[in-house]
Design a protein around this ligand. Sequence first.
Ligand code: URA
Length: 183
Amino acid sequence: MDSLQIIADEIAACTKCELCKGRTNTVPGEGSVQAKILFIGEGPGAQEDKQGRPFVGRSGKLLREMIREVGWKEEDVFIANVVKCRPPGNRDPKPEEIATCQSYLNRQIALIDPKIIVTLGRHAMGRELPEMKISQVHGKVFRRKNGRYFVPLYHPAVALYSPAQKVTLMKDMKKLAKFISQL
Ligand code: URA
């Protein structure tokens, strides 16, 4: 039977794409298997690569602060990325790298079975809404046929450099928290 640990062990040994060559640590994701909310970011940065944990750098600090501010606890969320190894120089993950890595994320989603998937930034959104512009759909709730909800948000890294985007992200996050509390 599959488990988050089995998936993390497979990721740790993965050499399916070029990204394995530059990594220090793989970053499978972290959180509870019972999480109702799954956050999906883009890919590990320098700090994440060093520590093997997602969202532990500057944008991660902001994300975790926002998660706390809307009242969610660690056990309510799982935090993952579309690619599990750091793209060199923090470049965008390539479509073929996302495609190669996608089975790990799909297996994590199948196990966790979250009520809501929250994507951070356009690369993670591309999984669900490939033709949409994030500026048009951020903060909107999409209901999927399988009963799961999907919500695209701006990436917290953008909010670090733009006070206006930070306000928007926080507003979207609060709206999302309200929606979840009413489910
Ligand atoms: N940005 C991401 O998209 N993911 C991380 O884990 C860290 C920064």
